[in-house]
Every structure is written in C-alpha cells, then in structure tokens.
Design a protein around this ligand. Structure first.
Ligand code: MN
Length: 718
C-alpha cells in the first residue's frame, strides 16, 4: 500500500466524509512540483511531505491540514506560488501553507535561554491558526527522524532549536508522544556520547526489564480483577531523555535508577481510577509525597491522571499512572485530541490564568456541536496582546500590541529611547509611529542631539516609554520655567529698585519660598515662571517689610501713579514690540494661528513654560484659553517692527494679473516673502502671499487696493 493510501484511509477513519480526492490532488501536485528533487538520504523529495502528511493524519487533523502537510514545501522549494495553491486548492489550504512557510523563514539563533519562551510565543502568535503550528510540528518530527543525513552543523542547529522551541510547544499543546520523540531525537544529536552510552545500557538490560514488566503487569491485573475493576495494564521504560535527566539530577548510574519503568492502568471511569489507586496502595507500600492527583487538578496542558509511586513486588520503587481512555487520548494527543471527541473535561482551577487560552478552546468546543466547526473557530488568540520583534543581534523582545520603534528603543535602554531619531525595520526606514509586527527586526538610529518629543506621547504604548518621555519633558519644561521665572522676578525686583542677585545672596528667596509653602528658592522661581505665583506676590514675600512703602504709593492720586508708570515705560523700548501690562522688557511670542500685526487689537496669555504668547483679540483659539492666564498687552509705538501676515487673492486667470498684484503690494511698501499660486479647474487663480507689514492700517490699505484690481474677485487677510 502506498503511503498516500494510508493517509487517505486515516483521514476517512477519523472523518467519514473527508474529501479524499482533494488530498490526492494535492499529493499529485506536490509530486509533480518536487519531481527530480532529492533528499540528502537519496530518496525522492516527496517522501518528506508524505511523511509530514502521515503524521498529521495520525493526529486526526482535518483534510485541510493534511493537504497543507503535502504542500508545505512547495512555495518555499519549487516554482509553485502561494496564488497557485489558492487557485487550485482554495484559500484555507493556501493560508495554512503560507503560515508554515512564514514560520520556516524565522531564524532562531540560540542566544539566551530566557529568549526561548518569547520565541515560542512569537511562533504561536504568528501562526494565528493552531493548525499551522501542528503542521510545522509534524514537519519538525519528520525532519528530526531523518536528521542523520544532514551535516553535523545542521544537525546541532536543528536539534537545539527542537529542544528549546518545538518540543516545549508540543508539550504545551499536550501532545505527549511528540514531545517525547522530539526530546529523545534532540538528545541523540546534541549529546551523542551520553545518548549512545544510555542506549547501549538500556539495550543490555532490556530482557530483564521485559520480564519484570510482564510480572508486575500480571500482578496488577490480578489485584484489580479481584476487586472487579476493569483495567488495561501496561508498562514501559521511560524516555531516554527523562532517564538521562533523572540520572543527572540524582547523580546516580542507570543501575541505581529504579523507577525508569512506568506502569499504566486504564480503567473505564474516574470513580474506578480512584478505586484502582486504593487497590494499588493497599497492595504495596506507597512512597510518601509521591502521590499526585492530576484528575482533580489537571496540568496546564489539560493532562489528567493519578500518579503514585509504591514499593513494588521486587522491593523496587514502581511508578503507576491511572487514567480513563479519554484522559489517555488527551495525554497522548493533547489539543489534537479535541478534534475528535466532545466530552466535556473536568477542569481544575490551578493555572487557569497561565493557560487561559487553552481553557478558552475547551469552552468553545463545548458550545459547538460539530467538530469541523470547532477547527474553523480555533484561531490562536493567546498572544493577541503582544508583539514579538528582534534586535539586530537576534534577541527577541516582547512588546504590547501597537508598540512603535520608540517603545522598542526604550525597552532596549532609556538612553537609546531618549536619543532615538529614526528606525529601520527589516532594513527599511519607517516613521517612528510605525506599529511593529511580529518577527520584525528593528534597528534604532540614535543621534546625540535628538530629544524626546511631546508628539511621541501620542503614539507610544508602553508605560515605561511614556514615563521616561514625560520625565524628560517635565525636566525640560521646568528648566524653561526656571529661566522665565528668573527673568520675571528680576524685572519685578528691578521695578522696586532691588536686585535678584542681592536677594539671593541674602537668602531672602528661601525665606519667601517657606512663607509661600514652597520647598525651595528654586521652586519659587519655577512657580513664577509657570505663572503659578504672580511676580508681585513673590516680591511681597521676598521683601515683606517693603509692603508699607508700596501701600503709600497706592494712596497717591491715580493720575500721579499713572504718570510715574508712564515715565517708567518710556525709559525703555520694548523687546518684542509689545508691552506686557505696561512693561517693556518681557519677551513675547506671536501666535501662529492669528499672526497679529501692529495695530491689531491684541491680548496675551501666559502659557505653561512657554512664556507670553500674543493673539489677536478675535482669535478663536485665544477665546478658549484660560482667562486666569490672560495678561493685558499693547503694541509699543516706540518700536517699529515688521510682522508677517498672509493675504489670499482670488482672481480670474487673465494674463498679467500676477504682475498687477505684485506691483500693488510694492506700491504700498509691502514686501512679499513667499507666493503660492494655483489655478482651479474653473480657471480661477488662488494666490496666497506671505508678506510683511509694519501696521494693520498699511495692510488694510493694500488689501483694499488689491480688491480694486480688474480681475481680482476677492482679497483677504488670512
Ligand atoms: Mn518541510
């Protein structure tokens, strides 16, 4: 019988309605595409996909998975494309093959043990569909079985990857036989001497062990039959790898390791499992502390059994496992067993969290009537909240979903985050807000001049990045406020003919800070900069005794006060062409939203850490700002300044019109900095001019003149 017939038979056995024709068509396609290719063993290449498909069929997986097993190397190793597979065999099979191909492209270079868990998670997350993982595992089993033909280097690499990645995944999915086989094969190639040694010794003791197993089985059968417990009893040597581990752990030689044989009792019900346990314990002396009830408390991968160790008939320790046939199926096939039967399994409460996803699978399964429906619903959603990416050195980093290169940079080191100026993902430059995807290799570009930006907070998702960026911004803002605070305070003191330097020297600021319940002089300065403490309050706290003097000034007739203030103002020209509450020496900024020009009605706001910002009085943005932060400002008639402003001129598209417009600007002494002109489909010209003006009146005049030009339909300040 051909292997393909065996596969079809197995598929039909687990699902009588299985589309065997589809399996055969996939087989023929793979045979044709791999034609002429040879394995290292000298066999035709097709032997490998057939081997994989057979393992999948034995796991009782569905037809699509079997087909994916047959086709899994076609896209990678033959002229066939993913589209070919989709067209010929449907999108479900195409997706599975694509998934397996994609997993094959991720190179795992063993760097550190602790990375392995992230790598496993990444594989599971990337697979999305659990069947992709199962096909990949079957592929790995077949490769491991034929590993003797490849080079020593490759043997070691594949075997290590198997031990660290694939065997734990098989274990997590509860496929016991696969976990054990992969472990033993990895052992054979990674520690060949130990493996040979153990295998020779095991072969040497085989005959004696067989006799021992037969005797014990008979004895177990006898005591159980006497208690009318129906049971199937068997015994077998444990796996090479687990014996080797036990020898290492206990420092004993094989001859001294007695419990290398495990006996198994399979009985019909949970009740009889406990009854059988009672019989075993009353027939032989139990070893204290060795009884484990995995029926009441299943392992995270849903494994259930009773385990105990007793001093057996030969006065040796004897390990016994007791379970029902359903538990046995779950133990051997794990998640794959759930394609088959729908009996609800009793779940324990232990480890619910860690393997919540597997429990979720079970929940779905209970709700579904049809096992094929179950297969379609089984999508891996266990690591939906995480994304796994590589550093250029191949380390795996786990980040929350939606994480960006900035998050990654901070995860590597806070200095790298602080100076992150760009990122390459898989060799291509990406924006810093790019959401990382599973398997991306991320290379961060740093620059010493780069600093964290407020914008970053809009897209970073890790709290560590957020905290570090905020920390940096706070420091920066505090520094700005400190500088502004010093300026404001120095000016306030100067107005009272005092100097900040003297006040600091006399430690008056510390006293003032204490009086204002602030922690330090520095804090006081920063508070003034933020606008949290008004300059006059700060002054009053610094020189409390000076209050009476100022108070008398307030009693003077208003006109006199105004006159003296006027005199003071006139002494200096304002710094930015604007006086703030009558004061000339405060640096202001002009808001970009409304671009005030001299002569405009203006108002200003103290912004946190950014000083005084001047808006026009009608600016919609200014209307929304905190009135408590508002300060009165006026244009300084003494300081002539040019201010930029934009003028939009809409015209017909007639020749020479631009020349006429620019001539008009020049006539009114208005300088054009930049012009943007475009023509609409209905042949209108929309021209935006950035110009500088010295006064709003000048602007008004030129706009009016522009409106008078023939062909101009409108002219407006922006
Ligand atoms: Mn393969």
């Amino acid at each position: 019988m051909e292997i393909i017939d065996v596969i079809c038979e197995a598929a039909q056995k687990s699902t009588p309605t299985a589309d065997v024709g589809l399996i055969r068509r996939c087989h023929d396609f793979a045979k044709q595409r791999h034609a002429g290719q040879m394995r290292r063993s000298g066999e035709p290449y097709l032997v490998h996909p057939l081997g994989v498909a057979k393992i999948i069929a034995e796991l009782n997986l569905d037809v699509a998975s079997i087909c994916a097993g047959l086709l899994h190397d076609c896209v990678e190793d033959t002229s066939a494309t993913s589209e070919d597979i989709g067209r010929l065999f449907g999108t479900e099979i195409q997706r599975l093959v694509d998934g397996v191909t994609k997993l094959g492209q991720i190179a795992w270079n063993t760097r550190e043990e602790r990375q392995a868990e992230n790598f496993r998670k990444m594989l599971l997350a990337m697979a999305r569909d659990i069947r992709v993982i199962l096909v990949k595992l079957a592929d790995r089993v077949d490769n491991m079985r034929t590993l003797q033909y490849v080079s020593r280097d490759k043997q070691e690499r594949i075997a290590r990857e198997t031990r660290e990645i694939y065997s734990p995944i098989a274990n997590r999915l509860g496929i016991q036989w696969m976990k054990v086989e992969l472990e033993d094969l990895a052992f054979r190639y990674l520690e060949p001497d130990d493996y040979q040694d153990l295998s020779t010794k095991m072969a040497g003791t085989q005959a004696g062990r067989d006799v021992y197993i037969a005797e014990v089985c008979q004895e177990l059968q006898r005591v159980l039959a006497a208690a009318s417990i129906p049971a199937q009893v068997s015994g077998r040597a444990k796996s090479f790898w687990s014996i080797n581990q036990k020898m290492k752990r206990t420092g004993r030689e094989l001859e001294q390791v007695y419990d290398i044989v495990a006996f198994r009792i399979i009985t019909d019900s949970v009740q009889n499992c406990y009854a059988a346990l009672g019989i075993v314990h009353s027939s032989w002396m139990p070893v204290p502390g060795r009884f484990k009830d995995y029926i009441a408390l299943p392992k995270p991968n849903l494994y259930q059994s009773l385990h105990t160790t007793v001093i057996g008939p030969g006065a040796d320790r004897m390990e016994v496992q007791i379970r029902t046939p359903e538990m046995h199926r779950t133990a051997e096939q794990g998640i794959a067993a759930h394609w088959q039967y729908k009996e609800p399994t009793v779940l324990g409460t232990g480890d619910r969290q860690a393997f919540a996803w597997l429990h979720q699978l079970m929940e779905w399964q209970r709700d579904l009537k049809d096992p094929t429906e179950f297969i379609q619903t089984v999508k891996i959603d266990l690591f939906q909240e995480e994304v796994f990416v590589f550093t250029p050195k191949g380390d795996v980093k786990a980040l929350p979903k939606g994480a960006t290169p900035i998050d990654f940079a901070y995860a590597v080191h806070s200095k790298i985050g602080d100076h992150c100026s760009g990122a390459r993902v898989n060799g291509v430059m990406v924006p810093l807000r790019y959401p990382l995807r599973n398997g991306d290799t991320v290379d961060i570009i740093t620059s010493t001049s780069q600093k964290p930006s407020k914008d970053w907070l809009k897209f970073v998702v890790t709290s560590s990045a957020q905290t570090k960026i905020r920390h940096h911004l706070r420091n920066e803002q505090r520094e700005r406020s400190r500088r502004l605070g010093r300026d404001i305070l120095a000016r306030e003191l100067r107005n009272h003919h005092r100097s900040l330097a003297t006040a600091e020297k006399e430690r008056l600021l510390d006293k003032a800070a204490a009086a204002l319940r602030l922690s330090s002089a520095d804090d006081l300065i920063v508070h003034v900069g933020y606008g949290k403490v008004a300059a006059e309050h700060a002054y009053a706290a610094i020189y409390p005794q000076a209050q009476s003097v100022d108070a008398t000034a307030e009693n003077l007739p208003a006109a006199a006060v105004e006159a003296s203030a006027q005199a003071r103002r006139m002494t200096k020209r304002s710094v930015g062409g604007v006086r703030v509450q009558g004061e000339a020496d405060i640096v202001v900024r002009f808001a970009k939203c409304c671009s005030p020009v001299p002569g405009d009605d203006i108002v200003a706001f103290i912004s946190r850490g950014r000083g005084v910002i001047v808006h026009t009085r009608e600016c919609p943005k200014a209307l929304n700002l905190d009135p408590a932060r508002r300060v009165e400002v006026s244009w300084d008639e003494e300081t002539r300044m040019l201010r930029p402003v934009a003028v939009e001129v809409i015209s017909t598209d007639r020749p020479g019109i631009l020349a006429a417009i620019s001539k008009c600007f020049t006539e009114f002494g208005v300088n054009i900095i930049q012009a943007k002109c475009k023509t609409t489909e209905d042949r209108r010209g929309i021209n935006t001019f950035q110009v500088t003006v010295s006064h709003v009146d000048q602007l008004k005049k030129v706009v009016r003149a522009l409106q008078g030009i023939e062909g101009v339909t409108s002219a407006e300040r922006q």
